[in-house]
Design a protein around this ligand. Structure first.
Ligand SMILES: Nc1ncnc2c1ncn2[C@@H]1O[C@H](COP(=O)(O)OP(=O)(O)OP(=O)(O)O)[C@@H](O)[C@H]1O
Ligand SMILES: [Mg+2]
Length: 500
């Protein structure tokens, strides 16, 4: 073996990064080989994204050293990071929403003759890049108009247009559905076959097991272990992430809710898209919505919330429910936690406390006395285990998973919610945080709230829902009692649309 083969592609040693009130990186270590998929794991707020922003040159470390192919590098700007061959696909995609896919892909390095951009050439290059990641949407489309999964694929394609040695993917599965994720895995495999190195961040152990060669686990900004994935079980990785001292809350058996039917979805129809009929949700009941990407779960929830136009016959408490807009839905007692973080209505520059309190008092957050905001939100934020340096910290400075928890906190503090619509609420949450979230949701149900819960994680639905409806190609095809139905039966229906 030559020494060159043994020199790691990347070594980050003793990386320290302090923020006011937090040490986000506290001597973290990371070593990545060439041609390897290296997973970076840890709870929400463990310091994964921070470490990657340091690698990208977006943040400057207070201490520490970075070696690329054995050479010490100083990455003091994102340009320096790119020039060194590092491409990062961030958790919050950094595309320009008003530009086309092609413009975004080749931003700053469009093919040109002198000052004139060669538009035809740009389209060609862009098409090739999008095809490579398995996308089938037009490169002339404006990014803003694309579904979130297509935006994610665009961000990945963009990273590939620069000739990167190290490609970081920060939780792609938080926004991608199953099918798109499989495409991304194929891209990853072809990239490592070319000798490139991938750093892959995810909270889902099944993905780590499938795609990872090795994994580094971070806890509280420190590296607690490096594992060979093939020789390690998911339990061991989870134990390393959460540490010995914390126990995961197991979901407890709930008595079958016997409340009155609160939400009656007699029919919700958008021609050619969805036609859903006959879903009832009792007060205190958690009804799960299972299905593949595109089955219609998000569309149903958004239609119920008045966010998408649809022909609706829906009753709340026996009375016809007319919601022409999300604002009307909120007045009627509905709450929606949407799947995309970008749509979750967080005001990133405002404090955690204000964001959590904003819907509570029905007035603009800047008119909300601080003291009240904090008093109302503190217990909820605490119950959900939101990690922050201070409630005055801007919510945009929280880790991705912790931002997600603040969205739920908003609705819990508000009170008065009668119907809670949750769309993939645990994407981006670590295992402990998922347990915290479901404990809160069950608590809300126990207080009489009707819950509609859409999730791609069937095991989360079977563990938490009282009834599971399967949606297939825009229709609700069957419902199951998860207490008595084996998960494989439900999974079969999710895939085929028929009951075995
Ligand atoms: N710009 C910033 N200013 C202040 N604090 C920050 C900033 N960026 C990150 N932090 C803090 O540093 C810690 C680590 O955050 P980081 O985003 O790296 O976590 P993460 O491991 O990526 O979590 P997640 O799984 O939730 O995405 C958190 O406590 C976070 O609030
Ligand atoms: Mg993160």
């Amino acid at each position: 073996m030559t020494t060159e083969a043994e020199t790691p592609r990347l070594t980050m040693s003793n990386i320290v990064k302090r923020f006011p009130g937090t040490v986000a990186s506290d001597g973290a270590e990371l070593s990545v080989r060439r041609g390897e998929v290296h997973c970076l794991l840890g709870e929400n707020g463990a310091g994964k994204s921070t470490l990657m922003k340091i690698l990208a040159g977006s943040y400057q470390p207070d201490e520490g050293e970075i070696l690329l192919d054995g050479q010490r590098v100083v990455l003091n700007s994102p340009q320096a990071g790119l020039a060194a061959g590092i491409a990062v696909i961030y958790q919050e995609l950094d595309l320009v929403p008003d530009l086309s896919v092609a413009q975004n892909l080749l931003l700053g390095h469009a093919p040109a003759t002198g000052p004139i951009v060669r538009k035809q050439k740009r389209l060609e290059l862009a098409r090739a890049a999008i095809t490579r990641v398995g996308g089938d949407f037009p490169v002339t489309a404006t990014v803003r108009d694309l579904p979130i999964a297509a935006q994610q694929l665009t961000a990945i394609a963009k990273a590939l247009t620069s000739d990167a040695r190290v490609i970081v993917m920060d939780e792609p599965s938080a926004t991608l559905g199953e099918n798109d994720l499989l495409k991304v895995f194929e891209v990853i495999r072809s990239l490592v076959a070319e000798g490139r190195s991938i750093i892959y961040i995810s909270h889902r152990m099944d993905e780590v097991m499938e795609i990872g060669d090795r994994a580094t686990v971070l806890r509280d900004g420190r590296t607690v272990g490096v594992y060979d994935v093939a020789r390690t079980g998911p339990e061991q990785l989870v134990a390393a992430m959460i540490g010995q001292e914390r126990e995961l809350v197991q979901s407890t058996e709930r008595p079958r809710p016997e409340g009155e039917v609160l939400l009656e979805v007699e029919r919700v129809r958008i021609p050619g898209v969805i036609d859903i009929a006959g879903i009832d949700v009792r007060a205190g009941e958690i009804v799960g919505l299972a299905g593949l990407g595109g089955a219609g779960r998000t569309t149903l929830l958004k239609s119920l919330f008045g966010d998408i136009k649809a022909a609706r016959t829906v009753r709340l408490d026996g009375a016809s429910l007319r919601v022409a807009s999300p604002a009307a839905a909120v007045r009627a007692g509905l709450a929606l936690v949407p799947e995309s973080r970008k749509e979750q209505g967080l005001m990133l520059g405002l404090s955690v406390a204000r964001n959590a309190a904003v819907t509570a008092l029905g007035r603009p957050p800047w008119l909300l006395p601080r003291r009240i905001g904090k008093a109302r939100t503190a217990p909820v934020l605490d119950d959900l285990g939101v990690r922050f340096a201070s409630p005055d910290q801007p919510v945009g400075k929280l880790s991705g998973g912790n931002q997600q928890k603040v969205v739920l906190a908003k609705w819990i503090t508000r009170g008065g919610v009668r119907v809670l619509l949750l769309d993939e609420p645990t994407r981006g949450l670590d295992v402990g945080a998922k347990a915290d979230l479901y404990r809160q949701v069950r608590q809300l149900a126990d207080d009489g709230v009707a819950v509609l819960l859409a999730s791609s994680e069937l095991n989360e639905l079977t563990a938490n829902a009282d009834t599971i409806w399967v949606l297939h190609e825009g229709r609700n095809v069957a419902h199951f009692d998860p207490r008595t139905t084996p998960e494989t039966t439900i999974a079969h229906t999710v895939i085929t649309g028929v009951t075995p």
